[in-house]
Design a protein around this ligand. Sequence first.
Ligand code: F6R
Length: 606
Amino acid sequence: MCGIVAYVGPKDAAPILLEGLQRLEYRGYDSAGVVVSNRGLKMRKVKGRVADLAAVVPARFRGTLGIGHTRWATHGAPSDVNAHPHLSADERIAVVHNGIIENADELRAKLEADGAVFVSETDSEVLSHLIARTVEDADSLAEAVRGALKRVVGTYGIAVIDAQRPGEVVVARNGSPIVLGIGEKEMFAASDVAALVRYTRQVVHLEDGELAVLKTDGFTTFASDARETAKEPLTVDWEAGHYDTGGYEHYLLKEISEQPETVARTLRGRLDDRFHIAHLGGLNMDARETRSFRRVKIIGCGSAYYSGQIGAQLIEELARIPADAEPASEFRYRSPVVEPDTLYVAISQSGETYDTLAAVQELKRKGGRVLGIVNTVGSAIAREVDGGLYLHAGPEVSVASTKAFTSTAVAFALLALHLGRVRDLSPADGRRICEGLRALPGQIKEILALEPQIKELAHKYAGSPSMMFVGRVRGYPVAREGAQKLKEISYVHAEAYPASELKHGPLALIGPEMPTVAIVPDDELLDKNLTTLGEIRARGGRVLMVGHREADPRLADDCLVVPRNEIELDPILLSIPLQIFAYHAAVALERDVDKPRNLAKSVTVE
Ligand code: F6R
C-alpha cells in the first residue's frame, strides 16, 4: 500500500524522508519519490525500491521542507512518471496521495479541456492541477487544498507543499490514514507511525475530513468546514527497534519467535486468580450490560477473520452465547440487520483496514454496540469503536500476520472468559481457563523448539503443487489459517476444508500429488478425525498430522506433536507450527517472505 512521509523543521528534509520511506517499505510498493522545497521544488522519483531512489538523490538536494511517497500502482503501471510526488505544470505545487479518486477521469477531462497537460496516468495528478488553479488567489495553501478536495470523490491521505510558501506542509485525510508527529521545533507527518518513531513518540491522528497545517513551531487542525479542531497528542510506545529484524533473517521469523512474550503481554494484568475472571476495563461495559447480549457477531478480514472464527468458537463454548464470524468486507455490502442485543466485535491488527473500518462505521450508523480487538493504539478502528482490547503485540512488520493472529485468539479467550463468568461459566472452569492461558507462553516456547523438525517437514512437502488443510470444529479455523499462511508466503496452492466436508466434493482432489495437513487435537472428535485420515490414505493421499500424539503410521505419514492445553485453547497452540511450516516452505522456495507478491500490509482501500 502507498506510504506518505512529510517533514518541516530546521534539518535537511531528504535524509529524514528517505529514512521514513524505508520504514514504510514493509507495506509493499513499486516506486518511490521525494520533493524538497528550496527556492523552488526539487524532485526525484523512480520505479523500484527506496534504495534506488536514494541512489539518484544528489548530495546537494537541500531543503528543510519536503514530502515523500512509496506508491502501490492502482491507476497506471509502476513507472518513474507515475510515481509520486506529482507537480503542477508550473512546478509550484507538489502532492503525494494515498487512496483512490473515483471521479479522476471526469476531473481530468475538465482540466484538460481547460488547457491542463497531464504527464502521468495516475488519478492523483488531478490534485496538483486542481490546487494550482486556485492557490494564487487563495488566502492560504490550506484554503486551496480544501477547495480542491471539495471537488474530489473518493479516499485520500495527502501531503501538499507550495514552492511559494516554503514554511508549511498541508496534509488531509479521508479514508486513508495520516498521523502527525510532534518534534522539538519540527513537525512530521506520515501514513503510518512506523515512519515517525525514530523521531518522536508524540503523535496526533487525523480524523476523516480533517486537514492540518504543519509548520516548524507546531500544527493546526481543521474540520472540513474550516473550523479549527482541538487535538490531544497521544504517546505511542512502539520503538524504532521494533522495526529491525533483530538478527533474524526475516521479520516473519522474528515475529513468530516473539510470541511467548507477545502473548504474555496480551494477558498481562488481565487475569484475576481470585475470582477466575478477566479484567477488561477497556470494554466500557458493566456486568449488567455484559449479560444483556444474546448474540456475538465478529468481523474482520483475512487472518483477522480466521482468528475471529476461533473467537466465535471460544465464546460459544465458554459463554454459551451464539457467536459467529464473517468477513468484514462481505458484512458491509449485504446491508446487515443490526440488532440491539448483539455484541459486535471488529478485529484488526493495523486498525486501518478499510473494509473493517467501513463495516464498523455502518454498524455505528445503525446503532450497533461495537468492540474492537486491535493492535495499533489510536488507529482509525480503535477510535471508532465503543470499547475493546488492545493486543499489545508490538508492531507487526512482515506482511503475513502471525503474532497478531495469535494474540487476537488469546484476546478472544479473555473476552469469552469475561462473558462466560458474568453468565454461567463456573469458577472451576474459569480457573481452568485462567491456568490454561497462563501456560500458553511456556508452551509456545516448546513449539518454537520444534523448529528443526518443522523445517524438515516443510522441505519435504514444499515441492507439492497443492496442499489440502482439514480440521473439524475447533480445528477448522486452524486449518484455514494454516492454508492462508502457506499460500500467501510460499505461493503453494492450499485449500482448507472442514474435515467432514471432504467427502462431499474435495475428496476427488486427493491423491499422491496433493498432501493433506490434518489438524487433529485430542478432543471429543478425535475418532471422527482419525476416520477422515483413513479416507485420505485410502485414496493414496499423504498426511501430515498436527495434533497431540503420534498417530498410527497407517493413518499419517508424519506427525507433529504439540503440547496440549485446555481443549478450548488448543487451537491457539495448534496454529503456531503451521506458521513455522509456511515460513520454511517459503524460504525453501526462495520467496520474498516478508513482502509476498501482490500483497500489502494494511489494505486501506476498498
Ligand atoms: C494475512 C494477513 C491479512 C490480514 C488482513 C487484515 O497474513 O495479514 O489477511 O489479516 O488484511 O488486516 P488487519 O488485521 O490489519 O485488519
